[in-house]
Design a protein around this ligand. Structure first.
Ligand code: G6Q
Length: 546
C-alpha cells in the first residue's frame, strides 16, 4: 500500500508549505480585506473563524485533496454504517448511535450478540430507563434505606468513565438542580474518596459504579471502600438502595452485589472515551436533568449530520482536523492548545486530552508498520483568562509554534457587572495579538518610553495561528455540538494518519506491571525483586518507609 507521505497529495502540500512558511498572517490580511469573513464556516450554532491561520487560498483545497486520497468519505460512511472499523478489537465504533434520533436505525453485530440488531433501539431503551430513574432521584421519590431522599450522587469511575461525564456536568452546571450534589471519584489514591465523602450523610448518598468492564483496579477499589463506608453506618442490606451500576458486564455487577434492575447497560461498540453520551452520562443526567441531557444529545446529533453530509471545505470537524494536520505534519508543531473562555469549560481540555491522545497517540499504521510521519499532538490547555497570566507568554514569544483553538460565547450564564465584556475583550485581543504581533517600530506607541535595548524584548513576532469558535451561549445543545465537533476532528486525523483511533493498547502494559508490583509491595516479607536496579531500589525503599 502506498504510504501517506508518498501520496502525490502529501507531496503537493510539502511543496506548498515551502511557499507559505515564510509568509506572515499580517501580510495575508493586508492583501485581502475580506479574509476575516471568507475564511469562516458555521454549523449547529458554532461559528468558526479560521482566517488567522498560516494558509492561503490554495491550502485548504490541497488539504481536502489529501483527505480524499486517504479515503475520508468512505471512512465516514463506514463508521456511521456500523462497520467494524476498530479492527484490532474487531468492533464497530458507534458513539453516533448514542445520540441518533429515536426512529433511526444503525444495524451492527457485536461479539456477544447472536444476530445483527438495531443499536439505536437498544440505546433508547436504556435512555428511557435513565430518564425514569433520574426523575425519581431528582424528585425525591427514590429513597435511601432509611427513607431519606438522595442529596449526594458520587460517580466512581476512571478514564472514559470519569473525564467525559464530569466535564459535561461541569460545563452545564448552570442548568443543574442545586440541591443535588454531584461528585466524581476516580483516583485510586484513597484521599480522593476520603475527601469526597467527608461530611456526607450515607443515608442521603447514591453511588454510581461506572465501569465498562467492571474489573478496573482503581474503580473496584473505590467501589469496595464506598460500600464498606455505607455498610458501616447503614448495614449491608442498604447497598441495594444506594448503589447502581453502569456497565457492559452484568455478571461482574451481580457479583459485586448490585441488583441488575439497577444496572444501566451499554455496549462493546462504545469506546470509553466516547461514552459520555451513553449510561456513562447518568451522573451528568442526574445533575442537569433529563431534558437538558437529551438536548445535549440533540446538539451532537446535529453535528453528526453536518459532519456526515457537509462538503469537506465547509465541514467544521474536517476543516479543524486538516488545519491540525497542516501544523502537525508540515510545520512540525508538537502540541495543540485548547483555550476555552468560559469557566464552565474548565475540564474541557482535560477531557479532550484523553479523547485525542488516547485515540491518535499511535506510532504503528493500520498495516502494522511504523508510520513515517507525525501522528497525534500533545493536547493541553486551561480556561482563559487564567492561562494568559501563566503560560501564554511562551505561545506569544517562545520558540515553539503552538496552534490554538479559542472557544468563546456571546452571552454569559452569569451576567455579573461588566465581567463578560472584559472576558471577551481578552478573548478577541489574544488572537489578534498572536496573529499580528507587535513589530519593533510599533513598540514605542504601545509601550511608551521603552529604552532602545528593551525593544527586542517587547517585540512580538506574531504569525501564531489560531482558530476562533464563537457561539451564542453555552447551552446543552451547543455543548453537545462542540463535543461532537472535536470527536469527529480526531476521527478525521486518524484517517489521515492511517492509525486505528479506537483502541488503546498503550494503557495495558502499565496495568499488567502494576499487578506484579502490587504483589511485591503487599507480600509479608520482601520477595526477591527481579526488576531493573532502579525499580528494585525504589520498591525496597518504599517498603522500608511505608
Ligand atoms: C477509554 C479507555 C479508558 C477506560 C478506563 C475505564 O477509552 O478505554 O480510559 O475508559 O480504563 O475503563 P472501565 O470503564 O472499563 O472501568
Amino acid at each position: 500500500m502506498i504510504q501517506r507521505n508518498e501520496l502525490p497529495q502529501w507531496q503537493a502540500l510539502a511543496a506548498h508549505f515551502e511557499q507559505v512558511r515564510e509568509r506572515h498572517i499580517r501580510e495575508l490580511f493586508a492583501a485581502d480585506s475580506s479574509r476575516g469573513s471568507r475564511y469562516a464556516a458555521e454549523a449547529c450554532g458554532l461559528y468558526l473563524d479560521y482566517s488567522k491561520n498560516r494558509i492561503t487560498d490554495e491550502t485548504l483545497p490541497l488539504l481536502v485533496d489529501l483527505a480524499d486520497a486517504c479515503g475520508l468519505r468512505q471512512a465516514i460512511d463506514d463508521m456511521f454504517a456500523g462497520a467494524h472499523i476498530n479492527r484490532t478489537e474487531d468492533r464497530a465504533v458507534l458513539h453516533v448511535a448514542l445520540r441518533a434520533a429515536r426512529q433511526a436505525s444503525i444495524v451492527t453485530r457485536a461479539e456477544d450478540e447472536p444476530a445483527p440488531y438495531n443499536t439505536v433501539a437498544k440505546v433508547w431503551e436504556v435512555l428511557d430507563r435513565m430518564v425514569e430513574f433520574a426523575g425519581k432521584v431528582r424528585s425525591g421519590e427514590w429513597r435511601g434505606a432509611t427513607g431519606k431522599p438522595i442529596r449526594n450522587v458520587v460517580n466512581i469511575g476512571i478514564g472514559g468513565s470519569d473525564l467525559g461525564p464530569k466535564m459535561a456536568y461541569e460545563a452545564l452546571k448552570a442548568y443543574s438542580q442545586r440541591d443535588l450534589r454531584i461528585e466524581f471519584v476516580s483516583n485510586v489514591d484513597g484521599s480522593h474518596l476520603a475527601e469526597t465523602l467527608r461530611g456526607m450523610d450515607p443515608a442521603e448518598t447514591l453511588f454510581i459504579i461506572c465501569s465498562k468492564t467492571f474489573t478496573t483496579q482503581e474503580t473496584m477499589a473505590n467501589a469496595e471502600s464506598a460500600r464498606n463506608w455505607l455498610a458501616l453506618s447503614l448495614g449491608g442490606a442498604a447497598v441495594a438502595k444506594h448503589f447502581v451500576a453502569v456497565s457492559t458486564a452484568a455478571a461482574e455487577v451481580r457479583a459485586f452485589g448490585i441488583d441488575l434492575a439497577n444496572m444501566f447497560g451499554f455496549w462493546e461498540w462504545v469506546g470509553g472515551r466516547y461514552s459520555l453520551w451513553s449510561a456513562v452520562g447518568l451522573a451528568t443526567m442526574l445533575g442537569i436533568g433529563p431534558e437538558n441531557f437529551l438536548a445535549m444529545l440533540g446538539g451532537a446529533r446535529e453535528m453528526d449530520e453536518h459532519f456526515r453530509t457537509a462538503p469537506f471545505g465547509e465541514n467544521l470537524p474536517v476543516i479543524l482536523a486538516l488545519l491540525g494536520v497542516w501544523y502537525n505534519n508540515f510545520f512540525g508543531a508538537e502540541s495543540h492548545a485548547i483555550l476555552p473562555y468560559d469557566q464552565y469549560l474548565h475540564r474541557f481540555s482535560a477531557h479532550l486530552q484523553q479523547v485525542d491522545m488516547e485515540s491518535n497517540g499511535k506510532s504503528v499504521g493500520k498495516d502494522g508498520r511504523p508510520v513515517a510521519w507525525q501522528t497525534g499532538p500533545v493536547i493541553w490547555g486551561e480556561p482563559g483568562t487564567n492561562g494568559q497570566h501563566a503560560f501564554y507568554q511562551l505561545i506569544h514569544q517562545g520558540t515553539k509554534l503552538i496552534p490554538a483553538d479559542f472557544i468563546g460565547f456571546c452571552q454569559s450564564q452569569n451576567p455579573v457587572g461588566g465581567h463578560h465584556a472584559k472576558l471577551m475583550a481578552n478573548f478577541f485581543a489574544q488572537t489578534e495579538a498572536l496573529a499580528f504581533g507587535l513589530p519593533a517600530e510599533e513598540v514605542p506607541a504601545t509601550f511608551p518610553k521603552t529604552p532602545a535595548e528593551l525593544v527586542p524584548h517587547k517585540t512580538f513576532a506574531g504569525n501564531r495561528p489560531t482558530n476562533t469558535l464563537l457561539a451564542a451561549k453555552l447551552d446543552p445543545h451547543t455543548m453537545g455540538a462542540l463535543m461532537a465537533l472535536y470527536e469527529h476532528r480526531i476521527f478525521v486525523q486518524g484517517v489521515i494518519w492511517n492509525v486505528f483511533s479506537f483502541d488503546q493498547w498503550g494503557v495495558q502494559l502499565g496495568k499488567v506491571l502494576a499487578q506484579k508490583v502490587l504483589a511485591e509491595i503487599e507480600a509479608a516479607k520482601l520477595p526477591e525483586l527481579k526488576h531493573d536496579s532502579s525499580t528494585n531500589t525504589l520498591i525496597a525503599r518504599f517498603r522500608k518507609l511505608a
